[in-house]
Design a protein around this ligand. Structure first.
Ligand code: FAD
Length: 142
């Protein structure tokens, strides 16, 4: 079975609010568990950045469904690769709000500029999400 990791960034639309995000999380935890998918979803009032990892067919099918969701737009794939192990194996879908992100970590990835994950390379995106999970393990809403 081929294990893959997929990371994308997208822009939240006006159809999305905290209530919608809560629904997404509830659905994700249930569905991802049944699909053997793990990952992390980070959001700020403008963006989503999400990592999905799991069996290739399941990750591809879920990504196709997510990409059509009208609660976000401008979905841009940052990384898609076959991997030996998962980065977020403990979480069906961990969730971090940008407002809660450690300021030092944010500065490391944004410099003095504004947070713009569309400028992330695949490596930046992966490192950012990994460090996010490490810094916020105790607070991850799983
Ligand atoms: P349905 O809910 O019938 O969905 C059918 C189609 O309609 C899908 O393409 C879906 O994307 C879209 N859709 C569903 N609800 C809405 C809505 N309220 N407004 C607009 N379009 C909608 N789901 C997961 O299972 N796991 C995840 O990790 C996950 N991450 C997500 C991350 C983001 C940023 C967003 C916006 C959504 C995410 N979702 C996730 C939700 C996902 O898009 C689907 O809504 C969900 O998986 C159920 O899809 P379905 O095909 O089973 O059923």
């Amino acid at each position: 079975m081929s294990l893959v990791r997929l990371i994308y960034v997208s822009r939240m639309t006006d159809d999305c609010d905290m209530e919608a995000i809560q629904k997404i999380l509830e659905t994700s935890r249930f569905k991802n568990t049944s699909l053997d998918i793990t990952g992390l979803l980070c959001y700020d009032p403008a963006f989503f950045i999400q990592c999905l990892e799991g069996p290739r067919g399941n990750v591809n099918a879920l990504y196709r469904s997510i990409a059509q969701d009208k609660r976000h737009t401008d979905v841009l794939l940052l990384e898609y690769s076959e991997v030996d192990r998962r980065l977020f194996e403990e979480w069906s879908m961990a969730f971090v709000a940008m407002g809660d992100v450690n300021k030092q970590l944010l500065a490391k990835y944004t410099g003095s500029g504004k947070f713009d994950p569309y400028r992330f390379t695949a490596e930046h995106a992966r490192d950012f999400l990994t460090e996010l999970a490490e810094y916020h393990t105790s607070r991850l809403d799983v």
